[in-house]
Design a protein around this ligand. Structure first.
Ligand code: SF4
Length: 356
């Protein structure tokens, strides 16, 4: 059975602009990630792994390393193969082949290929235009740093672009009850931090901050120099207070649905494990093993007790019987379940993982 082991907290040396928003919502997640050497304790989703491949492809297109359709097809196959090999090594072979597990696999590939067309067909820019792709920018004190997808510099203008393979906007209800589509707050803050890092490295702020999605839609993010300075200050102070928790040995976390649902360190988070003892809105359960039953069809069901509740988790494969049965009366935590319509009933799925 999986075990988290002893957690050795380490100070976080540097945070990236893409990490800042999540750290603001729950700094304990960043501390756990650092303690685990960024090794996730749970699988993400086939879509997320495919998103990583798509982002890598966008990076290679913007760097000019993929120039035509042949390059595209060969590199795409290579990147998919590499990702699938990694998934198999970490035991997540249930995501392989990605083509069968990802919704809209082909559609996203076609959209991505269109980016190539845009690059190869776009009229040549004026000769003094400079492109910096995937360039590393960090603050002078090295506390905040990250790679910017693309910086386009002309004599009087600088645009910072960040590519996203998922949705860039989300619906927000305004004061009049109208639904507006707005760029996600985390992306706005990420770009403003990039703007500050660019300023620290070049002495000038960019003139435009943009996000580009797979369908080539561009979203600009309004900003002021003041805002960028403020966010940079906030990020440094957050890093400082977060690291201070290690010295003091007092930790706090913020277990909410929005924060924890996709947190890959849930198995190591005592705050979350305590929280799910009373909040059943998650797809994870925690309790002591009362009974394990193997049915004639080979399916295994697990009965867990937590306080005055009993959880039933069905549909474990036969091979899990001995492992679960040997944990009788022990407390275990089961992650990534499917919730059934009856209260306290769950089913194991391919991505279900059990931790002691
Ligand atoms: S599980 Fe929730 S509370 Fe715990 S570290 Fe992750 S986000 Fe924070």
């Amino acid at each position: 059975m999986n075990q988290v082991g002893k957690i050795n907290f380490k100070k976080i040396q540097r945070i990236s602009p893409s990490q800042f928003f999540s750290m603001k919502n729950c700094a304990y997640k960043s501390l756990l990630a650092e303690a685990m050497n960024k090794k996730a304790l749970l699988p993400v989703s086939a879509n997320a792994y495919y998103g990583t491949v798509l982002h890598k492809m966008l990076e290679l297109i913007s760097k000019g390393q993929i120039r035509n359709e042949d390059d595209f097809n060969t590199t795409f196959q290579e990147q998919i193969k590499l990702m699938e090999e990694k998934l198999i090594i970490v035991g997540y072979d249930f995501f392989v082949p990605l083509q069968k597990k990802v919704k809209d696999f082909i559609m996203k590939k076609i959209l991505l290929k269109d980016h190539l067309r845009i690059v190869s067909e776009s009229p040549p820019r004026v000769s003094n235009t400079k492109f910096h792709s995937e360039k590393w920018y960090e603050s002078k004190d090295k506390l905040i740093g990250g790679k910017i997808d693309l910086v386009i510099e002309t004599e009087h203008e600088t645009e910072i672009l960040d590519f996203k393979t998922g949705a860039i906007t989300q619906d927000i209800l305004d004061d009049d009850g109208e639904v507006n589509s707005e760029v996600k707050a985390e992306y706005k803050e990420q770009l403003k931090l990039y703007a500050y890092l660019y300023f620290e490295n070049t002495g000038k702020f960019p003139t435009q901050l943009s996000l580009v999605d797979l369908a080539k839609q561009k979203f600009t993010v309004d900003f002021s120099e003041n805002e960028c300075n403020t966010i940079f200050g906030e990020a440094k102070s957050l890093l400082n207070t977060t690291n201070n928790c290690i010295d003091k040995g007092t930790f706090t976390a913020n277990p909410t649905e929005a924060n924890c649902k996709y947190c890959l360190y849930r198995p190591a988070c005592s705050f979350y494990l305590k929280h799910i003892e009373t909040d059943n809105s998650f797809n994870d359960v925690s309790g002591s093993v009362q009974k394990v039953v193997k049915f004639q069809n080979g399916n295994v069901s697990l009965y867990l007790e937590s306080g005055d509740k009993t959880y039933t988790v069905s549909n474990f494969p036969m091979e899990k019987f001995d492992e679960l049965n040997s944990s009788k009366n022990k407390k275990i935590n089961v992650f990534n379940l499917r919730k059934e319509s009856r209260e306290f009933f769950y089913s194991a799925i391919k991505t279900t993982i059990v931790y002691e």
